[in-house]
Design a protein around this ligand. Structure first.
Ligand code: TXA
Ligand code: MG
Length: 336
């Protein structure tokens, strides 16, 4: 593990990481969403290492990380006009676009699909690394398959251990939740995964972008295999409880037959529930705004797994568009 400045990455650290990648190794690096497990994306055997390190089944497509639209276009056989509009508005940033795949993109990257996911990350360390290597980096979230995505370098080490040669540690990720994935190959473009770029923001640029939260576990999960529910599940049993004034009563009911109980709360009412109501082994208090909440939720799920809980009780979040990505992750965490 190497410390690196999140704002002005030290050239020597980037050079060392780039050298590991250039000889075919794996480097976990920070992005503004979550930590990624990187390899050179156009080298089939390098990409293969990602699958074995994560225990990820082949057939789950990976995102190629680029330094901007020009590099992204080299990976696409056709580049829709609307992709340029979205790239101009949101890159570098937490948006992944699925486009028709150029022939030289290895099959293993796209899981045999005729498309490829591309994203220009905003994190200075990620961008510096892509530029130093000079080619796209394949990078899924740097966690073992089905584990919760890592938002700190310590999460990466706990999940992958020595299966990754080098971990760059730039502190916690700014967004804490993965990028929004949009399928640009159809008309209208369709959200495949809710994420750190909001639907409202996308529609501000391409008004007809569709998102169907209901089919996300059905059709879209097949279109985007990484959306299988278990993907975002901690090992701990998770139950969602009512928000606000009803939280306390719901907690008592859910915790009735459990001894090691944890909670994740955000509302004033749920924050005021103390260990006197139910003995708590873990209590995470997250901000009551969607961005602040997203930044902390994965760390809370990792903490729950560390604490060997019988049950983690998550206070439901508001049913409002701004909470879309968080609500999606909570639903998946609670589905088993
Ligand atoms: O924020 C992020 O996107 C992070 C950071 C590291 O960039 N990466 C990430 O990668 O979350 P991963 O592999 O854990 O999730 C990628 C998602 C999956 O849901 C996958 O199915 C979808 O993107 N995806 C990738 N390529 C695709 C394609 N060609 N067609 C459909 N879905 C695709
Ligand atoms: Mg992942």
């Amino acid at each position: 593990m190497l410390r690196v400045s999140p704002t002005t990455p030290e050239p020597a650290v980037i050079a060392e990481a780039a050298a590991v990648l250039a000889r075919g190794g794996l480097v976990a690096f920070p992005t503004e969403t979550v930590y990624g497990l990187g390899a050179r994306g156009l080298h089939e055997s390098d990409v293969g290492l990602i699958f074995s390190a994560k225990g990820r089944p082949k057939g789950h497509p990976l995102i190629l990380h680029v330094d901007g639209e020009a590099m992204a276009r080299t990976l696409a056989s056709t580049w829709p006009e609307r992709a340029s509009l979205l790239a101009n508005a949101f890159w570098p940033g937490p948006l992944t676009m699925v486009v028709a795949r150029a022939p030289h993109v290895p099959d293993v990257v796209s899981g045999g699909l005729d498309t490829v996911g591309v994203r220009a990350p905003q994190h200075p360390v990620a961008l510096a690394l892509i530029r130093a290597v000079g080619e796209p980096l394949a990078a899924p979230s740097a966690n073992a398959h089905t584990h919760v995505s890592p938002t700190t370098a310590a999460h990466v080490v706990r999940s992958l251990g020595d299966r990754v040669e080098l971990v760059l540690d730039a502190g916690p990720c700014a967004h804490g939740i993965e990028s929004t994935v949009v399928d640009m190959t159809g008309n209208p473009p369709r959200v495949l995964r809710a994420g750190a770029t909001s639907l409202e923001a996308l529609r501000g640029v391409v008004p007809d972008v569709t998102y169907d939260a209901i089919t996300m576990t059905g059709d879209a999960a097949r279109a985007s295999p990484g959306l299988a529910s278990k993907h975002y599940a901690p090992r701990t049993r998770v139950v969602l409880a009512d928000q606000g004034p009803k939280f306390s009563a719901d907690l008592v009911k859910i915790a009735a037959n459990a001894t090691r109980v944890g909670v994740v709360v955000w509302s004033a009412e749920a924050r005021s529930v103390t260990g006197a109501t139910v003995a708590l082994v873990m209590r995470a208090v997250l901000p009551g705004d969607p961005e602040g909440y997203a930044r902390g939720i994965f760390a809370a799920l990792h903490e729950a797994d560390e604490a060997s809980l019988d049950v983690l009780v998550l206070e439901r979040v508001p049913d409002a568009p701004a909470w879309w990505a968080v609500a999606d992750r909570l639903r998946r965490a609670a589905e088993k």
